[in-house]
Design a protein around this ligand. Sequence first.
Ligand code: AHM
Ligand code: MG
Length: 337
Amino acid sequence: MEGLGITVTEHLLIHQKESPAATGQFTRLLSELIFSAKIIAREVKKAGLVDILGLTGDINVQGEQVRKLDEFSNRVLIYRMQRSGVLCAMASEENADVIEVPDDMPRGNYILIFDPLDGSSNIDVNVNIGTIFSIYRVVGERPYVTMEEFLRKGSEQVAAGYFLYGPSTMLVYTTGKGVHGFTLDPTVGEFLLSHPDIRIPEQGRIYSVNESNTNYWDGRTKKVVDYFKSTENARRKPYTARYIGALVADFHRNLLDGGIFMYPADNKDPAKPSGKLRLLCEAAPLAFVAEQAGGAATDGRERILDIRAAHLHQRTPLFIGSRRDVETATAIMKGDV
Ligand code: AHM
Ligand code: MG
């Protein structure tokens, strides 16, 4: 029947033949992720109503305070994905080490890396947050995985994407054949194809950066941000500033409308010389999405997808979004202009 929309499962099955990633196991992996995200979305929607807000008092491996919904989302994802039968192991932003699939559970061909609830400082104020995921195929011998399986270049990802918990819940993902967006229809509980083949404008009109860090930036970083604010840029008028403070939400807006998101290196915290964002669970998956939509992502010098992580929780500067804007920022960062 026409007019009812294509569900994400139908879409996956339709495209299964074109995408080497979309095997039966992969479809199952994504279905489990979708189910987990629906549970997280349900709790996010209730967050203002039940006593779930506030800090747990714990500190996660990144040295940040863990909020209850982060913890809940992490637990949901670990519990469901461990039982999916398609994963060999996982890594989460919230866990210091690799998360194994228990010996008594079936293991599969994939590795999942995720940020269970990105932008968590927004939870208490009812502003958008999201879940980011990155999927690799196991290359070594199963069922045991080594750390090397995780420390791969982002270009080896077979799929990546995010769930955005906003006014609507959305899923945006790529398997290396373009980027597709789905919106959760809460009346039937299905993600329906709402944004087929997303293309990011070649050049945007938005810049997104936490400018309160200006005094911690080096000269080149300041020059990049000045460029987007000046009337001497490619638009001949200042770009507009938009900063939500949740990477998924800032990235998503710029993906649809065009623009650049930046989280450069700064000298605010000697323990975090490369800025705040994590290569494996934040930068690499969004870089895959950006490139597949015709955009770009660098650390100010190198393509994000070419960087091999040295450790699980490695941080990286990030310049991501419309291709021409990222190219300009990278050229300034490299001192080429
Ligand atoms: P989180 O994963 O702990 O929520 O932290 C990452 C978030 C990103 O979503 C966002 O882009 C960034 O931190 C905002 O940082 P800042 O408050 O320094 O601007
Ligand atoms: Mg995050």
